[in-house]
Design a binder for this molecule. Structure first.
Ligand SMILES: *Cc1c(COP(=O)(O)O)cnc(C)c1O
Length: 399
């Protein structure tokens, strides 16, 4: 192969490829336009329709759609009753949202290290972090691979904890043959454009618990209700009451019309994602210098992101060198994630390096490759060729 683009050679691609991206078709657009021409722009019939479709798809009784995935997690923490003095066990290898939501409620995030093989929070590490103050576990289905819910449930039952699943990566993923979304006490989804389906911004909680559902419905809209069975009194037909300190976390009907159209396509999206992953896995199986993703026997992943892990001992390069070289080949790489507690805000709160060694080691060695349903077969070949070209160049074990 020719010289690396970073050294002045010709790049594998002449145009940048994103690492993740939405799939919107004409039908999606038509449904959105129909709402714009109708009577409701925000809370209207499509919110309910979208909630019902997602609940049915994942096999949950209730769903509450909100403005974004972070609002969904915040709402779940509120419904779980997280408040000052409470500890919530969270994963370090994720986006900052899940730990932040504990802080929003006045609680303390307690980071439990990941399993070095699945990269998900390790149930054994959860157990070690439990104290008298622990109230909940927020477990993230990293890359779309479900966390080991049976093990986490056992721990939660023993210590009377809520299980909140952050399934921002995992709509359509399965755990032991069941869809993610019907197994935890509350499961949070995100519909940001890079996620399994999109509403531009958007999020949802699914649950089988009526009491939690009712708390979330109130929280979504300022803590206000018109439900006569919940009112303390009634001054007349105009009357409503604020019962909790809620937020305006409502999602619009415009967005839910898009979501309602997108959810019908989720299985097609996942089929394509899995196909791309299997091509990557096959192409990289003989590259000794990298580790490809591991899928546990209990998991059937929706394959949200594809994370490779470099083996520094077999390479004359750091992760940064490889990342920069792939970028120069016009492959849209990314890193998921910086351990949450290493961000300056968390360090100010007293968290420090060394807290979760497996997470920190992983962070030093990972690169996310492009993966989204609209990738063409040529895009897949380009990514494979770029990875092989860069790894070959920096390999210590080949020439
Ligand atoms: C995207 C994401 C979120 C936040 O979702 P938003 O809709 O962007 O607020 C939370 N957790 C994880 C793991 C995510 O990937």
């Amino acid at each position: 192969m020719d010289k690396l683009a970073i050294l002045g050679g010709t790049p594998v691609r002449n145009q940048n490829l994103a690492y993740g991206k939405q799939s919107i078709d004409e039908e999606d657009i038509e449904r959105v336009v129909r709402v714009l021409k109708g009577d409701y722009l925000t809370t209207g019939p499509y919110v309910k329709e979208f909630e019902e479709k997602v609940a049915k798809y994942v096999g949950a009784k209730y769903a509450v759609a909100v403005a974004n995935g972070t609002a969904a997690l915040h709402m779940a923490c509120f419904a779980a009753g997280i408040s000052k003095g409470d500890e919530v066990i969270v994963s370090p290898i994720t986006f900052v949202a899940s730990a932040n939501c504990v802080l929003y409620c006045g609680g303390t995030p307690v980071f439990a290290d990941i399993d070095p093989v699945t990269y998900n929070i390790d149930p054994k590490e959860i157990e070690k972090k439990i104290t008298e103050k622990t109230k909940a576990i927020i477990a993230v289905d990293f890359t779309g691979q479900a966390v080991d819910l049976d093990e986490i449930r056992k721990i939660a039952n023993k210590h009377k904890l809520f299980v909140i699943e952050d399934a921002a990566h995992a709509l359509g993923s399965e755990y032991k043959g069941k869809k993610v979304g019907c197994l935890a006490d509350m499961t949070a989804f995100s519909f940001h454009p890079v996620k399994p389906i999109t509403t531009a911004e958007g999020g949802m909680i699914t649950t089988n618990n009526k009491e939690l559902y009712e708390k979330m419905m109130i929280f979504r809209s300022h803590g206000v209700t018109r439900d006569s069975s919940l009112l303390k009194q009634s001054d007349g037909p105009w009357y409503y009451e604020q019962l909790e300190l809620g937020y305006n976390y409502r999602i619009t009907d415009v967005q839910c019309a898009l979501g309602s159209s997108q959810i019908e396509k989720i299985d097609d999206f996942i089929r394509r994602r899995r196909q791309i992953v299997s091509r990557y896995n096959q192409a990289f199986q003989n590259l000794k210098e990298i580790t490809t993703p591991f899928e546990a026997a209990y998991s059937n992943s929706g394959c949200h992101i594809y994370v490779i892990r470099i083996k520094p001992k077999l390479l004359n390069a750091t992760r940064e060198d490889i990342f920069r070289a792939l970028k120069a080949e016009n492959v849209g790489v990314n890193v998921h994630y910086i351990p949450v507690y290493l961000h300056p805000y968390y360090r100010e709160l007293g968290y420090s390096v060394g807290l979760c060694p497996n997470a920190e080691r992983l962070y030093d060695e990972i690169i996310t490759l492009p993966l989204f349903p609209k990738m063409t077969d040529q895009d897949i070949v380009d990514v494979i060729n770029a990875v092989k070209k860069v790894i070959d160049y920096y390999s210590k074990v080949r020439c």
